[in-house]
Write a protein that binds this ligand. Structure first.
Ligand code: ZN
Length: 300
């Protein structure tokens, strides 16, 4: 099943549901960054959450960045997700591994840490991104993003995320977000209806693990709420917009002295994209061209 996003509504349009299957893109992130099991779960959950948050934005170029900075051994997590269905991201320490938690699950909360902050930055594509910060609740990501939605966006929300990793790789990953729409948020009956379903939504991860499709999952969890599944399925993928030219642009900003130093000491430069792990190499000749550019620019 390709990675995908499916939207649905319930309760006469008062409730919005979005689901994502992100198995392949989580596996791609695992391979690109050589992620441990627990790092795969932490980054996979955050990427799924980012795609779910981006799905609620309007402008086509809209993107959401989620940064999680806890006090655990994993360090920070940063993801960048778009309404266009692309996502990329990384963790500071991809090789950190922890024993399973008390429930026998991957200890994402222990790896992220329970003290720290979650930052959500939304950019509609015209500059002036908006940013909100909440304290980390459990470090398990799902709880933390739900806390953000309820406290910062003041939208009654339920969010469940899941990533299953075995020795052969990621076997299932995804998430589901169910929200009372802002225009209906004062409708107490709807809010209660959503709250009554929160525990039922925990049934998402077993269905995900069983490789059920999103329409099947929605049907099972929300089928009695007047569910309407929107027919348009959006494909999702891991994608980074980095390129050799952009890397050269970043090197150029270092300035002439630094570039000269790289030519003399390293006979070139190597740069790795944090987001996707792509390694770029610039030769001495290419660095010299950057110096010529800089000289021309300052001369003119
Ligand atoms: Zn990249």
């Amino acid at each position: 099943m390709p990675d995908q996003l499916v939207r649905a509504t319930a309760a006469d349009g008062g409730i919005r549901a979005v689901g994502v299957i992100t198995t392949r893109l989580t596996q791609e992130a695992r391979q690109r960054h050589k992620l441990s099991y627990v790092a795969t779960a932490a980054l996979g959950r955050t990427m799924a959450a980012g795609l779910l948050l981006a799905s609620g934005m309007k402008q086509p170029q809209s993107r959401v960045n989620i940064r999680v900075k806890g006090d655990g051994p994993l360090g920070g997590i940063l993801i960048d997700a778009g309404l266009d269905g692309t996502v990329r991201g990384y963790v500071d320490h991809p090789d950190v591994e922890l024993p399973p938690n008390a429930k026998g699950k991957l200890d994402v909360g222990g790896a992220v840490g329970r003290d720290g902050y979650l930052y959500v930055i939304k950019d509609v594509g015209y500059g002036y991104p908006s940013s909100s910060t909440v304290e980390i609740v459990s470090g398990e990501i799902g709880d933390d993003v739900t806390h953000y939605l309820v406290s910062s966006e003041q939208t009654p929300s339920a969010l469940v995320l899941g990533v299953f990793v075995e020795a052969k790789g990621v076997t299932a990953a995804g998430g589901i977000l169910v929200q009372v729409l802002p225009k209906a948020a004062r409708d107490e009956a709807l809010v209660e209806l959503l709250e009554s379903r929160v525990s039922a939504l925990s049934g998402f991860t077993p269905l995900l693990q069983a490789n059920k499709t999103l329409p099947e999952i929605f049907e099972q969890l929300l089928g009695d709420m007047g569910l309407e599944i929107l027919s348009q399925t959006q494909l999702l993928r891991f994608h980074c917009g980095c390129s050799f030219d952009r890397m050269l642009g970043a090197l150029k900003m270092l300035g002439q002295a630094e570039l000269q130093d790289m030519i003399e000491k390293d006979n070139g430069a190597e740069a790795t994209c944090h987001f996707c792990g792509q390694v770029y190499q610039a030769s001495s000749w290419e660095l010299e061209q950057l110096i010529v550019d800089l000289q021309t620019e300052t001369g003119g």
